[in-house]
Design a protein around this ligand. Structure first.
Ligand code: NAD
Length: 504
């Protein structure tokens, strides 16, 4: 049969799946009950990985016997920051040396294009180096202005054991937005990657052990959210939960953490809009619209899933967007020329096509794509553009998490802002205009954690990232990223005899 998409089978398809064991207290071990989890390559359909599957017993071992012990009695929190930084820098070098291997694992397990995966691992290296630099600049405060008898000293101490839970869409990059900062602060950690994309996090574990991280400082558990994630959140010896994932699971996680009053950091979903004004560089804006909508097959918290276009240019501009979309190469994640790879699972693909069908039912029209592409293996979706979307439709408000661009139009800047803000999410937004007034008005009035002006979806370790509204709580990256993993301790030093006795 002649299919539109023929997927070549990589060498891994004819070998046994790679196996990964849990990292607990410096040793790679099987689950005590011997259970394993398998992962199929969504681009090719063969079993690519088999991980030891943790349960509550392994969570107990990782938190209590490893991470808590390493925090209470181990060297890590007590080392000089420079010594911790040296290990983080060594880890960065080792990640860089294994960049291609890690990128291939992420591409095979998540279906993302290999060239993009390499870019993400390169970005992660940069973040590990940035965190190493911050380790050495972390400091507290002193107050010598409290009178002669008093010196106030405010310490920044590591908060303790941190549970780190990550999603499947950027497996290596997201753990790298959390773990190096927690380590820089002197914390210890238990990490749970997504059950669909755990391989690269285990490679990170191997790298950290080789870089000289003391046993028990980082522990890695593969497993399901209910079996492993939930007890990692509720465990009484865990002081902080750093979670990236869906808003739905984020709320459950936060409620559980609230029971024990744990600190949380939440990076959740998005429904981000790019607003395009007639005076913009429309060629650049069209390219960014396609990039924003279809990068990582739209399986991206930052996806520019709503294109908010001025009505005066809508027809011509969308014609350009459609023409560019037709040139986006969809296919084998391992092919260097691929721009859009596979969808993470057939269930997720069905959910996304269900959204498209419901949007058509609600009155929008499919302007481009809309269907699964028949392929010899894996599951692929044609990049899809929906026109005639209105603010009340589910497709305009909910996170679809697929390569689906919903087009809404506006007549005035006030209307554009109302549309942009009319969602429960507030992660990011984009504005395209040659007018500084227009750009500033949008940037100041959009309720989101990041606003890109005449660009889209760039990221730098120096710049804080996170969401307003239901897109999250707290910020990652930026110069305060290490502080997030600390507690403040106030020490008051009194000199001489205390005055103003209470009883006398
Ligand atoms: P998810 O919420 O289904 O899962 C995320 C992680 O939570 C996984 O490791 C999962 O096993 C775990 N989990 C599931 N149930 C749990 C529970 N009860 N307790 C503790 N942990 C549990 O998300 P996903 O489908 O893996 O990822 C996609 C979502 O992540 C999207 O909504 C996306 O927007 C979001 N995301 C946000 C950012 C950001 O920085 N804001 C970045 C990437 C992805």
């Amino acid at each position: 049969m002649n299919l539109p998409l023929t997927i070549a089978m990589p060498a891994e398809a004819s070998a046994a799946p790679k196996t990964y064991r849990l990292l607990i207290d410096g040793k790679f071990v099987d689950a005590r009950d011997g259970r394993t989890l398998e992962r199929n390559s969504p681009g090719h359909g063969f079993t690519v990985s088999r991980y030891a599957q943790a349960g509550e017993e392994e969570v107990e071992a990782a938190v209590q016997a490893a991470a808590h012990k390493a925090f209470e009695t181990g060297p890590w929190p007590r080392m000089k920051a420079g010594e911790r930084a040296a290990i983080l820098l060594k880890a960065a070098d080792l990640i860089e040396a294994r960049l291609k291997e890690i990128a291939r694992l992420d591409a095979l397990e998540s279906g993302k294009p290999i060239t993009q995966a390499r870019g993400e691992i390169g970005g992660a290296v940069d973040i590990w180096r940035y965190a190493a630099a911050l380790a050495r600049t972390l400091h507290g405060e002193t107050y010598a202005n409290l009178g002669d008898a008093m010196l106030g000293v405010v310490l920044r101490e590591p908060i303790g054991v941190v549970s780190i839970i990550t999603p499947w869409n950027f497996p290596f990059l997201i753990v790298s937005q959390k773990l190096p900062f927690a380590l820089a602060a002197g914390c210890t950690a238990v990490v749970k990657p997504s059950e669909m994309t755990s391989a690269s996090t285990f490679v990170l574990g191997d790298i950290l052990m080789r870089a000289g991280l003391p046993d028990g400082v980082v522990n890695i558990l593969a497993g399901l959210g209910a079996d492993v994630g939930a007890p990692m959140v509720s465990h009484p010896l865990v002081e902080m939960v750093s979670f990236t994932g869906s808003t739905r699971v984020g709320k459950v996680t936060m409620a559980s953490a609230a029971n024990a009053l744990k600190k949380v950091s939440m990076e959740l979903g998005g429904k981000n809009g790019q607003i395009v004004f007639p005076d913009a560089d429309l060629e650049a804006a069209a390219d960014a619209a396609v990039f924003g909508g279809f990068f990582n097959a739209g399986e991206c918290c930052n996806a520019g899933s709503r294109l908010i276009v001025h009505e005066a240019i809508a027809d011509d501009f969308l014609g350009a967007v459609k023409a560019l979309t037709a040139r986006v190469t969809v296919g084998d994640p391992l092919d260097d020329s691929t721009k859009v790879g596979a969808m993470i699972s057939s269930e997720h693909l069905a959910k996304v096509t269900g959204y498209v069908a419901a949007a058509a039912n609600d009155g929008s029209s499919v302007y481009s794509g809309g269907k699964q592409i028949a392929s010899s293996a894996g599951q692929y979706l044609d990049p899809t553009i929906l026109r005639g979307v209105t603010e009340d439709m589910a497709i305009a408000r909910e996170e679809v998490f697929g390569p689906v661009l919903s087009v809404l139009t506006f007549g005035s800047i006030e209307e554009a802002l109302r549309i942009a803000n009319n969602t429960p999410y507030g992660l990011s937004a984009g504005v395209w205009s040659a007018s500084i007034d227009t750009c500033m008005s949008v940037a100041r009035n959009v309720r989101s954690g990041t606003v890109w002006v005449n660009t889209f979806m760039e990221g730098y370790p120096e710049l804080p990232f996170g969401g307003y509204k239901q897109s999250g709580l707290g910020r990652e990256l930026g110069k305060r990223a290490v502080e997030d993993y600390t507690e403040e301790k106030t020490i008051q030093f009194h000199r001489g005899q205390r005055t103003g006795w209470w009883v006398g």
